[in-house]
Design a protein around this ligand. Sequence first.
Ligand code: CA
Length: 408
Amino acid sequence: MKITVGVRSDTGRVREGNEDSFLVKSPLFALADGMGGHLGGEVASQIAIRIIEEDPSSVLDGDHDTLAQLVRRANEAIFERAGTDRELEGMGTTCTLLVLDGNQAHLAHVGDSRAYLLRDQHLEQVTQDHTLVQRMVQEGQLEPEEAIHHPHGNIITRALGVEPDIEVDIIVKELQDNDRILLCSDGLTDMITPEDITRILVGKPEPQEAADNLVDAANEAGGQDNITALIVRVTKAEGDEHRAPNHTAAPRVPPPPPDGGNTGEFQAVDDAPTVPASRSRRRWIAKTLATVAILAILGAASYAGVRYLLSRSFFVGVDDGGSITVFRGIPEEVAGITLKETELDSNLAWERLPTRNLKENVRDGIRVDSLGEAEQTVVNLRERIQAFEREQPAINKQGDSKTDKGSP
Ligand code: CA
């Protein structure tokens, strides 16, 4: 088989850095989508790729034990690193690994990145997402259509670096002439539909052109996350007994983020200096906690573990009485179960927050790393309210002569 490769990795339009990493070392290909804070996400996905790259010989014979073992080694390396560096605590990554061996494709997979196979204009998702919603679909709790825009769509149930050992999915596919395999991060599949992907792959047979088009389409649809598309096309070669890899070497490390300001949702954060955590970090913590929570609900893990994780998590939100409150736990409900308890009531009315963005941030819950940080966040919010209310009479005097409403 002749192998042609195209790849593009892009920061997208919202994130500040690219936490996706990939490897093109034909006939070995890999994609990793890191999570766990700005630094952590990048480090986790890069460790995964480095471990895979270091010893590719061990997987090139298509031995599935070795393939899974390689992913487990990457898992261990990330887990150990996360344990020794406080800044990297809680980091993790997805990993989808592809090895071509003759006319066979061997895949090892963990997380919510995906591998698709395009054959004769038909797109098949080869990997299964390790996500909460996928699990709920399997358990019959959710219809597949309901899963597409589910609020817990980004909660994953398996990732490298979270636990000392990891279960790895192994998939084998027989390949045919002109098959294309797409490895992609969720920054692509959250933005465009399988129909869009099919249309682009069918319309652009050249892998590089198709990869560029996929990333462009995801950016046009909002580019909410880092986007990586890695496409491998196999075509029958003359005397097809030995492998004839076409070493279309591509850069391993994602390109630097384009300059330019944040757009869209990030403006809400700009308006709220009290929000210290990046979106990706918040997303990752939710993943970890909800994973354990759902496993507990399904009877596969202990409630003690859930309580331990929840006891280390804090956020600033609003209680039922409309008061800004520090909670222990997470804002989301999982499968209808509340995972928070009141830690500290500030007696500040949420209604008094000066801007809509600030109100929305607090209503959704501002995640923080410690109780101290939570208290500081409340102090900051109080200052914002007081500063705003002090200015109110002055503004009113300049405008019309309405009575001031901010002072007690
Ligand atoms: Ca992602």
